[in-house]
Design a protein around this ligand. Structure first.
Ligand SMILES: Cc1cc2nc3c(=O)[nH]c(=O)nc-3n(C[C@H](O)[C@H](O)[C@H](O)COP(=O)(O)OP(=O)(O)OC[C@H]3O[C@@H](n4cnc5c(N)ncnc54)[C@H](O)[C@@H]3O)c2cc1C
Length: 466
């Protein structure tokens, strides 16, 4: 059997390796000149850089053993540390009740508790529907905490009002069920394995950044006889009846045609449906145009001191700052930077193509340094712009119509018997690395055995991602 895999991120590579190990012919077609997708890493001088903070965690022991195998056991375990910087103070993230109690000004605290009590009472008489992110949070935390910890950050990072963001996003990303749950968890922390437990530990490659995972897959895939084509431009997926008959791509100025038995897609689904020949129906075209993405510009500042923050990352919700999160890779692995200097990765969200997307390294570094000086993390002139990276498909936009639009795509690809779409981009789903790996492996087994191995259920539940 010959399988073409579109995309060499974690979903694509885990699928490809699973198939290659079972003796199938696999060809991976990747647009970029490197593997790893969003979870790739690269070196600049002595530093290893990732696309923002990437910590691997899972509750699936078999998956964890698999990851150790891919990394040849070169793994470090870290205690998670992330905080929010707000109104001049740091708060633990996920929120801890005692920490919030200690950190908030007494009047603000009184308002937050009054707000929360009020909203609980209102709910007895007139339940608030989970129509959007804003309602979802206000009804569980009250308006004051919503504004302080959730609303400002989210509308800043998403660059849209919270009442235009689907409640699905809050349900997936906010660890605590409500304020009372936060208080209970502070007084009585959940044991490992409990639903919605907070992730306190994570795994990370000892060397090579998070990209060591995809590099590990790529090496093993090629050793197993798998074909890995980087820097390709997929031009068409030619359909015949209910099959993808041919995949046509261009590399180094030459056109190639493959006629695989199956195609596993892990690239952004709307972009791949655009390549279907004959073209998708106009209503599908309309729906795929409506599915939008948030892009991220990552600017890396080299700082000549051993450490800037003790955290893996810090959220910066204030609207006075352009950057919304910083991370320090040294805290993930000692091998990420030398002892006497460090790198701070600063994230700026945008819409691909807008003014922020077009920032140069010098411009972005100026903005990032100005922001970090204003909150006392850097002195003027203490940093220099080291590198700039951009991800156009960083986050799928869960607006109020995204589900409807996703459903409208299904008639274009569901009837195809040999086309499978999975992973974060292939499903337009906000999932983590462990989910992408699990989905890739399950789809590969489904294709190999002809029996559904349950890839669709991965990351489908109301679980805390992240
Ligand atoms: C800022 C940030 C922080 C994150 N932090 C964490 C974290 O802490 N923990 C965690 O578990 N997850 C985290 N994630 C999520 C994690 O990065 C993803 O879940 C995972 O990398 C997705 O892998 P994937 O293979 O599904 O998709 P991708 O990595 O997006 O792979 C898709 C691949 O398809 C390729 N491609 C695109 N178009 C085409 C085309 N036309 N033809 C061929 N190839 C194409 C892309 O170049 C890419 O290589 C984070 C994500 C971001 C953006």
């Amino acid at each position: 059997m010959h399988v073409v895999v579109l995309g060499a991120g974690l979903a694509g590579l885990s699928a490809a390796w699973t198939l290659a190990k079972e003796g199938h012919r696999v060809t991976v077609l990747e647009k970029e000149d490197h593997v790893g997708g969003m979870a790739s890493s690269w070196k600049v001088g002595p530093y290893t850089l990732d696309h923002g903070p990437h910590r691997f965690h899972t509750r699936d022991e078999e998956l964890l053993r698999h990851v150790y195998e891919i990394l040849d056991n070169q793994v470090v375990i870290r205690e998670r540390r992330s905080r929010i910087y707000l109104e001049g103070k740091y708060f633990d993230y996920p929120l801890k009740a005692l920490n919030v109690l200690k950190g908030l000004d007494v009047f603000l605290l009184a308002r937050a508790l009054a707000d929360y009590t009020w909203i609980r009472m209102v709910q007895w008489f007139r339940p608030i529907p989970d129509t959007h992110f804003e309602n979802w949070v206000i009804k569980r935390f009250g308006r004051t905490l919503y504004r302080l910890f959730f609303g400002t950050y989210t509308s800043k990072a998403w660059r849209m009002p919270c009442n235009e963001i689907s409640a699905d996003w809050a349900a997936q990303r906010i660890a605590q069920a409500n304020l009372w749950d936060t208080i209970k968890k502070t007084l009585n922390p959940p044991r490992e394995g409990e639903v919605r437990s907070l992730v306190t530990q994570f795994w990370y490659p000892a060397f090579g950044g998070i990209g060591a995972l995809s590099e590990g897959y790529a090496k093993k895939l090629v050793q197993q006889g798998g074909e890995l084509e980087l820097g390709v431009n997929v031009q068409r997926l030619e359909l015949e009846g209910t099959r993808v008959a041919r995949v046509v791509y261009e590399r180094d100025g030459r056109t190639h045609t493959l006629a695989p038995d199956h195609v596993i897609n892990t690239a952004p689904l709307p972009r791949i449906l655009e390549l279907f020949t004959p073209a998708v129906a106009p209503e599908v075209r309309q729906a795929l145009d409506a599915l939008k993405y948030i892009g991220i510009v990552f600017v890396y500042l080299e700082v000549q001191k051993p450490s800037v923050v003790p955290d893996h990352w810090v959220y910066l919700p204030s609207n006075e700052l352009t950057i919304h999160r910083i991370s320090e890779f040294k805290n993930f692995s000692d091998s990420a930077a030398p002892g006497d200097s460090t790198v701070i990765c600063c994230e700026i969200t945008c819409r691909p193509g807008d003014e922020r997307w077009n920032l140069t390294l010098a411009e972005a570094a100026r903005i990032a340094e100005r922001d970090l000086v204003s909150i006392g993390l850097l002195q003027p002139g203490e940093s220099r712009g080291l590198d700039l990276a951009k991800l156009p498909f960083a986050y799928p936009v869960y607006d109020l119509t995204y589900k409807q639009n996703l459903d409208a795509l299904r008639p274009a690809y569901k009837p195809l018997t040999n086309f499978h779409t999975t992973g974060r981009q292939g499903l337009y789903r906000y999932n983590n690395m462990d989910h992408s790996i699990a989905m890739g492996r399950k789809v590969a087994r489904t294709v190999a055995k002809g029996v559904d191995h349950g890839a669709a259920e991965v990351a489908g539940g109301k679980e805390y991602f992240g």
